[in-house]
Design a protein around this ligand. Structure first.
Ligand SMILES: Nc1nc2c(ncn2[C@@H]2O[C@H](COP(=O)(O)OP(=O)(O)OP(=O)(O)O)[C@@H](O)[C@H]2O)c(=O)[nH]1
Ligand SMILES: [Mg+2]
Length: 350
């Protein structure tokens, strides 16, 4: 999964990036530099399976974070886009909002940043509508007509200041629009970056802004970036002590990961064996044969069956032999919908 961090200048983007990635990039320098990091997704299911199996290799799922330059609002005036190609390739966006400084005003800045994304999308739509219409007129190309209709629908939607993620599209229409990589079509995690003194009120602050939450589209995390960036530099025991002193229940990075997974609609399945114990990320609703393709296209092509065990049973019975003897593994076909935490052994023919 790829997550892009956006926000106004100096709202704490790099601080949150450091907290999430454990890197130590300079903060507060107005540099507008972007940073990238790939982190391992903490998943105790992988660790526990690996403990049983003692494999040669343990592989966690990964997340890529991109700390993008701040939106200055100048793009809006000039019509030029400040949004990079890299940012457009992200699966979801993390919008950092300054809720710590004296100038902080989340009620104003959240909608204004969302508007900025809507405007950026509108510019893309208008440019392409013109181009596409001209081409269709010249060539009489019928296949372009549906795309033009869709772009017109998007334009109306955006002109009404609505994000494209709220637009219900048929799968085939969504495919036609995919190449435009619209920003307002991406799930959005709003990170309210609060001051240290406000940490005890984190839950109340979440409630205060809950009108921005929209299931499967928009979520909020309340975090003190500055503290969290220090937290990740501590070892496990120190961190636990520090967190309980400060009343932090879930570290920011876990909150961000868990909420992003759920926004993007991702789940994990697991594979384990002597060579490797590993977590794989798929979209919820993926069928077994497609899930096999995430591991290798040969396994998808030659798919015979999936031998599936829920994670809890695996831990209880410890070996595949014991699981089989107790009738805890199931043989599933191509169309089986993989569940979060399934431990799967694929049978295939090459
Ligand atoms: N008190 C407090 N200060 C913070 C917090 N988060 C960030 N800051 C401060 O805000 C300033 C800006 O933080 P950065 O993380 O560099 O912000 P940024 O959004 O990356 O800034 P640009 O990349 O320049 O747009 C720094 O001086 C941080 O120390 C916080 O949670 N509490
Ligand atoms: Mg920065």
């Amino acid at each position: 999964m790829k997550l892009g961090i956006i926000g106004k200048p100096q709202c704490g983007k790099t601080t949150i990036f450091n907290a999430a990635s454990g890197q130590q990039e300079a903060v507060g320098d107005y540099s507008q530099t972007s940073h990238r990091a790939i982190i391992k997704v903490p998943d105790e299911r992988v660790d526990k399976l690996a403990e049983l199996e003692q494999p040669k290799k343990v592989t966690h799922a990964e997340i890529e974070f991109l700390d993008a330059p701040g939106f200055t609002g100048k793009g809006k005036e000039s019509g030029a886009l400040e949004i990079s190609h890299d940012l457009r390739m992200m699966d979801a966006l993390i919008m950092v909002i300054d809720a710590f400084s004296l100038q902080s005003d989340p009620q104003r800045y959240i909608p204004s940043l969302i508007d900025e994304m809507i405007l950026a999308d509108l510019t893309v739509v208008e440019n392409n509508l013109e181009k596409k219409s001209r081409r269709v007129k010249l060539t009489g190309d019928k296949s372009g007509i549906r795309e033009i209709e869709l772009l017109q629908t998007c334009r109306d939607w955006l002109e009404n200041e609505k994000s494209l993620i709220e637009l219900d599209l048929l799968p085939e229409d969504e495919k036609l629009l995919r190449g435009y990589t619209f920003l307002s079509q991406k799930p959005l995690l709003i990170v309210l970056n609060i001051a240290e003194e406000k940490l005890p009120q984190a839950d109340d602050i979440y409630q205060q802004y809950s009108s921005f939450v929209s299931k499967g589209m928009r979520e909020i995390a309340v975090v003190c970036g500055k503290i969290e960036a220090e937290l990740v530099t501590l070892d496990h025991d120190e961190r636990a002590e520090f967190m309980s002193d400060l009343g932090i229940s879930t570290p920011a990075v876990e909150q961000v990961i868990q909420k992003s997974y759920s926004l993007v609609g991702l789940i994990s399945f697991l594979t384990t064996g002597k060579p490797e114990t590993r977590a794989w990320t798929i979209k919820a609703g993926t069928i077994a044969q497609k899930a096999a393709g995430v591991i290798h296209s040969d396994i998808e092509k030659g798919f015979i069956r999936a031998e599936v065990t829920p994670f809890e049973d695996y831990i209880e019975y410890k070996t595949l032999a014991a699981l089989r003897a107790a009738g805890k593994t199931r043989l599933e076909g191509k169309e089986y919908i993989v569940r979060d935490g399934d431990v799967i052994l694929f049978r295939f023919n090459v």
